[in-house]
Design a protein around this ligand. Structure first.
Ligand code: ACO
Length: 319
C-alpha cells in the first residue's frame, strides 16, 4: 500500500508590509474596525516586479530544502492560485522553469481559497496511485493585483504570499483522508467577474463580495467538512492536535473552532499578520507552526478551507 506524507514545508511573504494605519490613509477605515471585524493588523504586498511564480519560487526552495531532496527528484508540480502570472502558460509551468525542474507534469488548480486543499488532495491521489514519488504542492497569491484599493469593504481583507510543501511517497500515512466539495450556485457571492475579450477587460477585474453571505456559508460548510473528515477516520474533534484553517477572518476561525469544541490554543492563526492570502494561507500557516516547533511528529493535523466557487474541503493527516 502506498501513502503520502508531507516531508518539507516552506513559506514566503513579500518584504513590503501594509498596516491598518497605512490603510487609514488610503480609504475611510480604521485600525479598530479592521481588527474587531477581521483580526487583521497587517498584510504583505508584493513588489511591482513580483509575480505569483516568484513568491512560489521562494516558498518552494525552502520546502525542497526542508525535505532534503534535490529539485530533479520532484516528479509533479501543482500550483493553487487565483492570481496566475498570465492567462497561460500555467504558473506551475513557469515555476517549473524557474526552479530548473525538468520532465515532470505541472499544472494549476483554481479553487480560490480552497485551492491548496484541492491541490494537496490531488497530489495525494497521484502518489497513492503510484504515478509520482515527490510532489511539490504550492499555494501562491498576489491578491493586491485584483483588489479595488478604493473599496474599503474588500481591500482591507487580503494580502500576498506563498506557501509550499513537498509530499512524498511513504509506507505510513501521512495523509489519512481528503474531502472536497463545490457548489457553483453560490458563485456570485464572491467573484472577480471580469474576462478578457477582443484585447480588453470585459466586466469588473476587481474582487467583489457579499461579506455577510460569505461569512454564514463559510462557518456552515467548514463545520460540516470537519465532521465528515473525523467520521471517516473514526475520530472525535478532541483527537485533533492542530487545526489549520484557511485564514480569512478571525471571527470565522473562532466560530468554527467553537462549533467543533476545539480550543483556540489548538488553532494555528496567522491572519493577524498575513491577512487573507487565499490559496497561500493554509500552507503559510502550516509552515509557521512546523518551523516554530508547535507541530510534532505523530500529531493529528486538520487542514480546512473554503473559498469562491463556492469550494470547500479538508485534509486530515498524521504528522
Ligand atoms: N472600514 C470601516 N467601515 C467599513 C469597512 C471598513 N474597511 N468596510 C465596510 N464598512 C462599513 C460598511 O459600509 C457598513 O456601513 P453602514 O452600516 O453605514 O452601511 C458597516 O461597515 C457594516 O458593514 P458590514 O458588511 O455589515 O460589516 P460586517 O460586520 O458584516 O463585516 C466583513 C464585514 C468583515 C467583510 C464580514 O462580513 C466578514 O467577515 N465576512 C466574511 C468575508 C470574508 O472573510 N471574506 C474573505 C474572502 S472569502 C474567503 O476567504 C472564504
Amino acid at each position: 500500500m502506498k501513502y503520502s506524507r508531507i516531508v518539507g514545508t516552506g513559506g514566503y511573504l513579500p518584504e513590503k508590509i501594509l498596516t491598518n494605519q497605512d490603510l487609514e490613509r488610503l480609504v475611510d477605515t480604521s485600525d479598530e474596525w479592521i481588527r474587531s471585524r477581521t483580526g487583521i493588523t497587517q498584510r504583505h504586498i508584493a513588489a511591482d516586479h513580483e509575480m505569483a511564480s516568484d513568491l512560489a519560487l521562494h516558498a518552494s526552495r525552502k520546502a525542497i530544502e526542508a525535505a532534503g531532496i534535490k529539485v530533479d527528484e520532484i516528479d509533479l508540480i501543482i500550483v493553487a492560485t487565483t492570481t496566475p502570472d498570465m492567462v497561460f502558460p500555467s504558473t506551475a509551468c513557469i515555476l517549473q522553469d524557474k526552479l530548473g525542474a525538468r520532465n515532470c507534469p505541472a499544472f494549476d488548480v483554481q479553487a480560490v481559497c480552497s485551492g491548496f486543499v484541492y491541490a494537496l488532495a490531488t497530489a495525494d491521489m497521484f502518489i497513492r496511485a503510484g504515478k509520482c514519488r515527490n510532489a511539490l504542492v504550492v499555494g501562491t497569491e498576489v491578491y493586491s493585483r485584483i483588489l479595488d484599493w478604493k473599496d474599503r469593504s474588500t481591500c482591507v481583507l487580503f494580502g500576498d504570499g506563498a506557501g509550499a510543501v513537498v509530499l512524498s511517497q511513504g509506507d505510513q500515512p501521512g495523509i489519512l483522508s481528503s474531502h472536497l466539495h463545490a457548489d457553483g450556485s453560490y458563485s456570485k457571492i464572491l467573484s472577480v467577474p471580469g474576462s478578457i475579450c477582443d484585447g480588453k477587460v470585459q466586466g469588473t477585474p476587481f474582487l467583489i463580495m457579499e461579506g455577510n453571505a460569505v461569512f454564514k456559508f463559510a462557518v456552515r460548510v467548514l463545520e460540516e467538512v470537519v465532521y465528515e473528515a473525523l467520521a471517516e477516520n473514526n475520530l472525535q474533534s478532541s483527537d485533533i492536535d492542530w487545526l489549520i484553517p484557511h485564514q480569512a477572518n478571525i471571527r470565522i476561525i473562532q466560530s468554527t473552532a467553537k462549533k467543533l469544541g476545539i480550543s483556540m490554543e489548538k488553532v494555528v492563526v496567522t491572519v493577524d499578520k498575513h491577512g487573507n492570502t487565499s490559496a497561500a494561507s493554509i500552507p503559510l500557516a502550516l509552515d509557521t507552526a512546523v518551523r516554530d516547533g508547535r507541530i510534532k511528529s505523530g500529531q493529528t493535523v486538520l487542514l480546512e478551507g473554503v473559498g469562491g466557487g463556492f469550494t470547500w474541503g479538508a485534509v486530515l493527516l498524521r504528522w
